[in-house]
Design a protein around this ligand. Structure first.
Ligand code: BV8
Length: 234
């Protein structure tokens, strides 16, 4: 591959699939017979906070039962050994990238292991349930903690950082995402516009496959270690 110095990697649910975390599309975007778009929204939370807290409490509890897979481990190795710029932007709200050792990581859709207080607006690390209306560790207000998750209709985190990294990128790699959700699905366009090489690693062609210079089909647990070996040996 031509001289590559700055890399941006986007990951989606497919990178955690082999760890046993369900993807959105595999469940047809359904959970307890609710469309994810209905549950993962501020309106859904206002309508039925207990249902939404149950949705996220179940997923937060699941984190204790899963471990990073070879895709997470390979990305952490790239993060540790890559001499140039690197930013791993994940749409995932699990903690598997950081548990594998990734450091240059940005959770653009928030994190299951963080709680956001509607009373004091502070975020706190959180590993247990929120359904029982616990007190905020910062201001002690009760029943004011929501999941620190970016819902549909809410502004993703870190967009200025992401846009800057995409503009400086020589390589953009999208891993395990269906390309169904914006603004993440549009990152490949920004990367192309700024002359980056674009590669997609996915189990099946994503909605944006045609926009990539190269599309490698297969499981992330196999494709990602191979790509990292390629990059680190170049
Ligand atoms: C915003 C947190 C603006 C929740 C998530 C119409 C057109 C365009 C856009 C819109 C529109 N209407 C509304 C919008 C905007 C909307 C959007 O894009 N909607 C979609 C449904 C059309 N976007 C938003 O609302 C975003 N915010 O636009 O704000 C704004 C501007 C100003 C001011 C305020 C606001 C916010 C979007 C974030 C929503 N939150 N996550 C939660 O996690 O519970 S999105 C959620 O769904 C995930 O985080 C992820 O991003 C997305 C699911 O996508 P994937 O990760 O790709 O997962 P999926 O299952 O779809 O695909 C998995 C892929 O992996 C598959 O392709 C599969 O083949 C592959 N795979 C499976 N196994 C493997 C594998 N690959 C490799 N190896 C394997 N083993």
């Amino acid at each position: 591959m031509a001289a590559i110095r700055n890399i941006v990697i986007l990951t989606g649910a497919g990178v955690s699939a082999e760890s046993g975390i369900a993807t959105f599309r595999a469940a047809d975007g359904l959970w307890e017979d609710h469309r994810v778009e209905d549950v993962a929204t501020p309106e859904g939370f206002a309508r039925d906070p207990a249902l939404v807290q149950r949705f996220y409490d179940a997923r937060r509890a699941r984190l204790k039962e899963v471990v990073p897979n070879p895709a997470h481990e390979a990305l952490a190795r790239l993060d540790a050994e890559w001499p140039g710029e690197l930013l791993i932007v994940t749409q995932n709200v699990d903690d598997l990238h950081e548990r594998a050792g990734a450091r240059r990581l940005l959770h653009m859709h928030g994190e299951l292991k963080s709680a956001w207080c509607l009373a004091c607006d502070k975020r706190s690390p959180w590993s247990e349930g929120l359904g029982h209306a616990p007190a905020c560790p910062r201001c002690d207000a009760r029943g004011q903690l929501r999941p620190d998750i970016v819902w549909f209709g809410e502004m993703p985190y870190g967009m200025a950082t992401i846009d800057r990294a995409l503009m400086d990128a020589d390589l953009f790699v999208s891993i395990g995402t269906s390309g169904a959700v914006y603004p993440a699905a549009g990152f490949v366009q920004t990367a192309r516009y700024c002359d980056a090489r674009t590669i997609e690693l996915n189990l099946e062609p994503s909605q944006g496959s045609a926009s990539f210079d190269e599309s490698r089909l297969g499981r992330a647990g196999e494709l990602v270690p191979a790509l990292v070996d390629e990059l680190l040996s170049a």
